[in-house]
Design a protein around this ligand. Structure first.
Ligand code: SF4
Length: 227
């Protein structure tokens, strides 16, 4: 994929998620802090009868210019209350190091959230975590839309199938999108596979090359946008 010269925060045509916010940076920062406080007290899924196993887990501030969107926190994240803190997170940060970010630098600069922000509990087959239901995804969606509007990132990195489904047709195979980037609503979307050990997709040689391409795109955006 050949990246065109990157425009910094261009107009938002045809946004994938609603994002009409014109307030100044200070107002936006205050609004984001208020939103995060609201998110952190949300218990909507538990009240709807879903067996969620944590309170909401997000990190980042209004100044972030990259937003990473995962699926949902896991068991380790629930314990330390930090996104991507378990084995999948270790793998993710190994990948991001190839794009030029150290873990703590990335965490300090960028916004990390998820399609659903609470640990959904273990899957019924005992392998991996439960995939959040469509109802839970819908309950959490307004939070994600508002985070996106207030943070207004130049780059979005959806990680794993649920997050990819926000920006790509859910029937599209990973092979068709990992290693590519697209411009949507004035932002770059750079998809990554889920780094969980339960998903060995990235271990196949041909997919390793796709992942390598994706990280090369992120490296270039990091350099061009000063991320
Ligand atoms: S997953 Fe989202 S909607 Fe559900 S309880 Fe957590 S923050 Fe609320």
């Amino acid at each position: 994929m050949a990246l065109e010269p990157v425009e910094d925060r261009g107009p938002r045509a045809n946004p994938p998620l609603s994002c009409a916010v014109d307030e100044g940076a200070e107002v936006r920062a205050a609004q984001l802090a208020a939103l995060q406080a609201k998110i952190r007290t949300c218990r909507a899924c538990a009240e709807a009868g879903y067996p969620i196993g944590s309170t909401p887990i997000i990190s980042g501030t209004a100044g972030a210019r990259l937003m990473l969107i995962g699926q949902a926190p896991g068991k380790v994240e629930e314990r330390v209350h930090r996104p991507f803190a378990g084995s999948a997170g270790r793998r993710l940060f190994t990948w991001l190091a190839q794009a030029g970010w150290e873990e703590e630098q990335f965490r300090a600069r960028h916004y990390m959230t998820a399609v659903t922000k609470c640990f959904p509990g273990k899957g019924s087959n005992g392998r991996g975590d439960r995939v959040p239901s469509a109802v839970e995804q819908a309950l959490c969606r307004p939070f994600l839309e508002r985070e996106l509007a207030l943070v207004d990132p130049a780059v979005i990195v959806p990680v794993g199938r649920l997050a990819l489904g926000l920006f790509y047709d859910r029937s599209t195979p990973l092979e068709a999108i990992i290693g590519t980037a697209k411009r949507e609503g004035g932002r770059w979307i750079v998809p990554l596979p889920h780094p969980s050990g339960a998903s060995p997709w990235y271990n196949r040689p041909e997919n390793r090359e796709r992942l390598h391409q994706a990280l090369a795109i992120l490296r270039r955006l990091r350099q061009e946008l000063g991320l």
